[in-house]
Design a protein around this ligand. Structure first.
Ligand SMILES: [Cu+2]
Length: 137
């Protein structure tokens, strides 16, 4: 091999490493690396209350922008009342990037369980979390 060929092989090897490194990086970022966190753990009992959640990448601590959120269910399972569910919807009101607002009616004091999911850009699978919100007077 002359010097030029050695250089070409070396460059090809570098490209190979970069590609492997890149795909390993994607494979490492699993949906399990993401979680929802409540901005406020409590809410006042009543109609049309706003709950703000933050979607974060646990490995970097960074908020995740532009996720597609599914608010699947809000019920009183933590109080032994799983059948006591209330409607929950995404609130179109503006939230800071990585935060998402939901609107629901909390008709009773106590602990409510929010089942929430998200599709994160560039990730396969769905992030799913269960969060407990305390409704108080
Ligand atoms: Cu209840």
């Amino acid at each position: 091999m002359d010097k030029l060929n050695i250089l070409r092989v070396f460059q090809a090897a570098l490209v190979g490493i970069a590609v492997i490194g890149g795909s390993a990086g994607i494979a490492r970022a699993d949906v399990k690396d993401y979680e929802f966190r409540l901005v406020e753990p409590t809410v006042t009992v009543g109609k049309d209350k706003i709950v703000t959640v933050r979607l974060v990448n646990k490995t970097t601590g960074k908020p995740v922008h532009d996720a597609v959120i599914f608010a699947t269910r809000l019920d009183m399972a933590p109080e032994g009342m799983p059948e006591m569910a209330t409607r929950i919807a995404l609130d179109p009101g503006k939230a800071e990037p990585g935060s998402y607002k939901l609107k629901a009616t909390f008709g009773m004091e106590g602990k409510w369980q929010l089942s929430i999911g998200a599709k994160v850009q560039g990730e396969t699978g769905t992030v799913e979390s269960k969060l407990v919100i305390t409704a108080q007077k």
